[in-house]
Ligand binder design. Structure first.
Ligand code: FA5
Length: 333
C-alpha cells in the first residue's frame, strides 16, 4: 500500500508539472483528488490493512494529499501568469485608431424658453412654484370659478381619470394652491411652468399636450397697469424692444377684466401668446384672500407659441417628435 501511494505521488507530480493549461490542470485535479480519483480509490483499500498499519498509511496518505494540492496550486499560479503574459503580448492596443465619438446633448428649446422666462420674472421679484399635472377638478375648475355646470367648461375638453381627477387643462390651478399655501399673506408673486393636456386635435399650432407658464401676483393695490408693465417688459426682453404688442379684451372665468395678448410677426401677422387679467374677486375669496383688501393679476402663456415665434419654427409637432436633426439646431441655445 505504501508502495502504491509513492508510485501515485511520483506519477501525479509528472502529470501536474506537464499540464499544458488551466483546463488540463483542473482535469488532473479531479482525476487525482476527486471523489472517484486515484488517491481516493487507493485509500478505499485501507480497510484490509492491519490495525497497526492503518494509522501509518493514513498519515502518509494525508501528507501526499497536501503535497499534491500544493503542487496543483503552484502550477495554477504559473499557468495563470503565463496566460496573462501571453494576453499582454497578443492584445496590443492600437493607439492610432480614432476614438469613439461622445455625443453631447443640448437643452431642449422648450426648456431653454422656460429658463429664459424664469430668469426674467425672477428679476421682477417672482418666485418659481410647482403644481401637479394630475389635478383635481376642484383646483383645475372649481376654485377657478368654473361652476359645476358652467358653460366655460366646454371650452376645455379634458382628459378625465375619474369624475374628480383629470390631467390639468391649464396651469391656473396653481394660483389657488399657492394662495392657500400662503394663508392670506402678501406679497405673493409666483410663476409656475408645467405641462398641460387638452383634447385638442394636433395640427401645426395645437398639441394635445403642451406647456404653459402661469403667473400670479397678489398684494395691496395690484393694478392692471402693473400687469401691462410686467407683460410688456417680459415680451420686449424675449422678442426685442421693437416688438409690437396688442392687448385684446377676452373672457376667462377666473379673471375680471380678462384679456389676450398678441404679438406681431411680420410674416404671420398677429399671434396670440397668452391670456391674462385681474384675479376675479371670487377666486381671491375662495383661496382665503379678502377681495376688499387685496387685488391680483394673473397670466398664462403658451411656451410652444413663444418658442415657435422666437426661433421661427412653423410646426408645434417638431418639439415632440424627438428628431435629432431638429434638436441639434438648438445645441448652442
Ligand atoms: C388659459 O389656459 C388660461 N388659463 C390662461 C390665463 C391664465 C388667463 C391666467 C388669464 C389668467 P388659453 O386656453 O387661452 O388660456 O391658453 C393659454 C395659452 O396656451 C394660449 O395663449 C396659447 O399660447 C397656449 N395654447 C392653448 N392651447 C394650446 C394648444 N392646444 N397647443 C399649444 N398651445 C396652446
Amino acid at each position: 500500500m505504501q508502495k502504491k501511494l509513492m508510485e501515485l505521488k511520483n506519477l501525479a507530480e509528472k502529470k501536474i508539472q506537464t499540464a499544458k493549461d488551466l483546463q488540463a490542470l483542473k482535469e488532473i485535479r479531479v482525476a487525482l483528488l476527486g471523489k472517484k480519483g486515484e488517491l481516493t480509490s487507493v485509500l478505499r483499500g485501507m480497510g484490509k490493512l492491519s490495525p497497526k498499519e492503518r494509522p501509518q498509511i493514513g498519515a502518509l496518505a494525508n501528507k501526499i494529499r497536501s503535497q499534491l494540492e500544493a503542487w496543483i496550486e503552484a502550477k495554477r499560479e504559473e499557468l495563470e501568469e503565463a496566460k496573462f503574459v501571453q494576453q499582454l503580448a497578443t492584445e496590443k492596443i492600437d493607439v492610432t485608431l480614432p476614438g469613439a465619438p461622445i455625443t453631447v446633448g443640448g437643452v431642449h428649446p422648450l426648456q431653454a424658453v422656460i429658463e429664459e422666462v424664469e430668469d426674467i420674472f425672477i428679476g421682477m421679484g417672482f418666485e418659481v412654484a410647482e403644481g401637479p399635472e394630475v389635478e383635481t377638478d376642484k383646483f383645475n375648475f372649481e376654485m377657478m370659478n368654473f361652476l359645476k355646470d358652467h358653460p366655460a367648461r366646454d371650452m376645455q375638453d379634458s382628459f378625465y381619470i375619474t369624475p374628480e381627477i383629470l390631467l390639468r387643462t391649464h396651469t391656473s390651478g396653481v394660483q389657488a394652491r399657492e394662495m392657500l399655501a400662503k394663508q392670506g399673506e402678501v406679497p405673493l408673486r409666483i410663476i409656475c411652468p408645467g405641462k398641460v393636456y387638452r383634447r385638442d386635435q394636433d395640427d401645426m399650432t395645437h398639441s394635445h399636450q403642451f406647456m404653459q407658464i402661469e403667473g400670479l401676483a397678489v398684494d395691496h393695490n395690484v393694478t392692471m397697469s402693473e400687469l401691462k408693465g410686467v407683460l410688456l417688459t417680459f415680451i420686449h426682453k424675449v422678442f426685442g424692444e421693437e416688438t409690437e404688442v396688442r392687448l385684446r379684451p377676452s373672457f376667462f372665468p377666473f379673471v375680471e377684466p380678462g384679456m389676450e395678448v398678441d404679438i406681431y410677426d411680420p410674416q404671420k401677422g398677429w399671434l396670440e401668446i397668452l391670456g391674462a387679467g385681474m384675479v376675479h374677486p371670487r377666486v381671491l375669496e375662495k383661496a382665503g384672500y379678502n377681495p376688499e383688501r387685496y387685488t391680483g393679476f394673473a397670466f398664462g402663456l403658451g411656451v410652444e407659441r413663444i418658442a415657435m415665434l422666437k426661433y421661427g419654427i412653423d410646426d408645434i409637432r417638431h418639439f415632440y417628435n424627438n428628431d435629432l436633426r431638429f434638436l441639434r439646431q438648438f445645441q448652442s441655445v
